[in-house]
Design a protein around this ligand. Structure first.
Ligand SMILES: [Fe+2]
Length: 288
């Protein structure tokens, strides 16, 4: 859940599962004369769209932090001290369930997308397997270590299945998977940049992706590049170089408006959470 100030009296809540769908839209429109369309296209879109779908486990009925507020996604586990769920071990277990159950759901529908979502989940604990050095390195945490060790045989099994599959084997080389993993991490980071600020030009958030995002694959065999995001006003940003097939690209996501106050009881918060006014936030991305 991404928590924003909406106005003097209200907060705006954006669910991770809705942020995830923003990433899916970015993937669906990715590709033009400079950037290669992702391949396999449908699996890449599903991987992006569902990369954080496991947060459903918690977002259907969220808990409060120690101060009685709905918690922002940063600090849920990997920046301990925000008290999202009682005790750091409980927070860790909840988080782990997101990337265990989410991966399992996706792989049943699409094994290629499942492998990439698995790599995303393990990457969140290991600085994106090297491509997201700004993430905390959790590999020495015992719960994280256990999760990483448990997921490794699943990764190996999925990879073997893909390499024996007529449909996926052309896209299952180390090189191609690595390119697609980097693309998925870019879709995630750009989708975070879009959905973790409201309005678009608010600069108060210090967590999450910055205005320059990389490494961004251009096409097989080409050097990676960096995307620069220049927010123009409350609703528009210029992306350079521009990776999409339409210009501008309109991106919308749903959000909930709730009172900006601490809750003594979770049930009271949940009543407001379920009754909350729904708003649609719409931003546009433009070429330079
Ligand atoms: Fe994400």
């Amino acid at each position: 859940m991404m928590v924003h100030r909406y106005d003097d009296l209200s907060l705006l809540l954006v669910l991770q599962i809705d942020h995830s769908r923003v990433a899916g839209l970015l993937a669906a429109h990715w590709g033009n004369s400079v950037f290669a369309e992702p391949r396999p296209y449908l699996s890449m879109v599903v991987a992006a769209q569902e990369h954080d779908c496991g947060w459903w486990n918690w977002e259907i009925s969220p808990t409060l932090n120690a101060e009685g507020y709905p918690p922002d996604y940063h600090g849920f586990w990997m920046a301990p001290g925000t008290g999202v769920i009682e005790g750091p071990e409980d927070r860790a277990r909840a988080w782990i369930s997101f990337y265990r159950d989410g991966v399992d759901r996706v792989r049943e529908q699409d094994p290629y997308a499942g492998l990439l979502v698995l790599m995303h989940g393990t990457g969140l604990l290991s600085q994106g397997h090297g491509v997201r050095p700004n993430l905390p390195d959790m590999r020495r945490d015992p719960i994280a270590r256990r999760f990483l060790d448990n997921r490794e045989p699943v990764r190996v099994k999925l990879l073997e299945e893909l390499r024996q599959s007529q449909e996926y084997r052309d896209f299952a080389s180390e090189e191609h998977l690595w390119m697609n993993f980097k693309l998925l991490e870019i879709y995630d980071q750009l989708a975070q940049f879009i959905s973790n600020r409201y309005p678009f030009n608010r600069t108060s958030r210090k967590t999450g992706p910055k205005n320059a995002i990389g490494p961004v694959p251009l096409a097989p065999g080409r050097d990676d590049t960096t995307l620069n995001i220049d927010v123009l006003d409350e609703k528009r940003a210029v992306i350079s170089p521009y990776p999409f097939d339409v210009d501008p690209l309109e991106v919308s996501f749903p959000a909930r408006v709730i009172p900006n106050r601490p809750y003594a009881k979770r049930e009271d918060f949940l009543r407001d959470f379920y009754k909350a006014e729904r708003v649609t936030v719409t931003y546009t991305l433009h070429s330079p």
